[in-house]
Design a protein around this ligand. Structure first.
Ligand SMILES: Nc1ncnc2c1ncn2[C@@H]1O[C@H](COP(=O)(O)OP(=O)(O)O)[C@@H](O)[C@H]1O
Ligand SMILES: [Mg+2]
Length: 419
């Protein structure tokens, strides 16, 4: 079967890496992909060009398209493909709303009694100002743009003053355009943040092993929020009873709630959770695989990923059972100095050919030119491995990282070490 994978980051490299192990895969195209993806054919179509992507899939006999990032999902790529009878894995536009609109997600959770932070929705600056000044949600308070903002639309504000600045950016200065038409103002939840992923066909749920992202830029979990600086799997903070609770109180009601509302959800459902004293609460939903969680997760998957994604595209995953390596995995992101803010590109990367076989490299932001790799993104590389235990896996990865060099390279040295 010929596959098309859409996206260009570490997550997509991990998907390509895993899918290429399937005996049923004949060829993989990636649009647009990155310089480090081996054995695939890159296609020069952007992720938002959903009609061009469908045209490509049609013209090239693609048997299954796998969508990595949220942008094409938000634009209805799955609807477009299905309309043409093309097989595609991911939620339709109505389902993607769970990630695309924070207002929809919060009100959905309220309707279905899914635990989340108390909140208000405002559609103008003055009403937002009133709520913030009233102190209704205490301090700190969280201000979130309704729409997609490349992971930069949520502000955890230490004071009313900060919250008003965030509100002003979103609603008056409109730094994210329409995404700030509506804003969620919510209570800050203190606790440990984890992510929880399942695959569903709208009714059946296939569990995915747990993982833990590290969102803050610097060691000790400080600094600005990033797309993720590293991940481990399993998540050490989710035991069997918490796992069951999350399934019963969050995942199951969400999947059923979407169905009830005529938004049958097929694809990856990813819940960003805060483990608060009185239980897990949802910070947000994503409707696709996490990055870098996917890198850590797929390293542990023994089964053929194509079976799962194909069944998902066919709308029935009830026959799929996944086998997992019980050993833990660690994935560390190597980033460009300045990320998640401004950073330089085009730095030569050295050392990639000195790595041993048990280190898996997932490229996130690289280009390949004249036999050399160069940086082209904020997150540049992921180095990942599986170990007998977490410490061994971590040591392997960090030893390997010492061999890699590029100008301005930085990474967290405490992935998987807890706070
Ligand atoms: N209510 C909250 N309490 C505490 N932290 C929060 C809350 N909401 C969001 N955060 C923090 O802000 C980050 C980004 O928020 P999130 O809802 O995931 O939006 P996005 O990923 O779209 O920016 C979260 O990963 C979490 O660290
Ligand atoms: Mg998030």
């Amino acid at each position: 079967m010929k596959l098309l994978v859409i996206g260009s980051g570490g997550r997509e490299h991990a998907l390509v890496w895993k899918l290429s192990q399937s005996s049923r895969v004949e060829k993989i195209y990636v649009a647009p992909g990155n310089g480090g993806m081996e054995g695939v054919e890159r296609v020069d179509i952007k992720t938002h060009e959903i009609v061009a992507l469908a045209d490509f899939a049609e013209a090239n006999g693609i048997g299954l398209t796998v969508v990595g990032p949220e942008l094409p999902l938000s634009l209805g790529i799955v609807d477009e493909f299905k309309r043409r009878g093309l097989k595609v894995f991911g939620p339709e536009k109505l389902g993607a709303e769970l990630e695309v609109s924070k207002v929809f997600a919060k009100e959905f959770m309220r309707r279905h009694n899914i635990p989340t932070a108390d909140f208000s929705v405002v559609t103008d600056y003055v009403s937002g100002e009133e709520i913030i000044k009233s102190g209704k949600y205490g301090n700190p308070v969280v201000v979130k743009a309704d729409g997609l903002a490349r992971g930069k639309g949520s502000f955890v504000c230490k004071s009313d003053k900060e919250a008003l600045i965030a509100l002003d950016y979103l609603m008056n200065k409109r730094i994210f355009g329409n995404a700030g038409d509506s804003v969620v103002i919510e209570r800050f939840l203190p606790g440990r943040e984890i992510s929880f992923t399942v695959v569903t066909d709208g009714s059946w749920i296939v569990p995915i092993v747990t993982s833990l992202d590290h969102k803050k830029a610097y060691d000790g979990d400080v600094g600005p929020n990033t797309g993720g600086m590293g991940a481990i799997s399993p998540c050490p903070y989710v035991d069997a009873s918490l796992y069951k609770k999350i399934m019963n109180e969050i995942i199951r009601p969400a999947v059923d709630g979407m169905m009830e509302e005529g938004r049958k959800f097929t694809g990856v459902l990813y819940a960003g959770l805060m483990l608060v004293e009185d239980g897990p609460k949802v910070l947000e939903f994503n409707v696709r695989f996490g990055d870098p969680e996917t890198e850590a997760i797929l390293l542990r998957l023994k089964s053929d990923l194509l079976d799962l994604l194909e069944a998902g595209a066919n709308g029935d995953i009830s026959g799929v059972k996944l086998d997992w390596n019980t050993k833990p995995s660690v994935d560390v992101v190597l980033a460009s100095e300045g990320y998640p803010g401004k950073y330089k590109k085009g730095k030569e990367i050295a050392g990639l050919d000195n790595l041993t076989e048990d280190i898996i490299v997932f490229h996130a932001g690289t280009e390949f030119r004249d036999g050399k790799f160069y940086t082209s993104g904020g997150r540049v590389l992921n180095l990942a491995s599986v170990g007998e235990d977490l410490t061994q896996a971590r040591n392997k990865v960090y030893r390997a990282i010492e061999k890699i060099k590029f100008d301005g390279m930085y990474y967290r040295k405490d992935i998987g070490m807890g706070k």
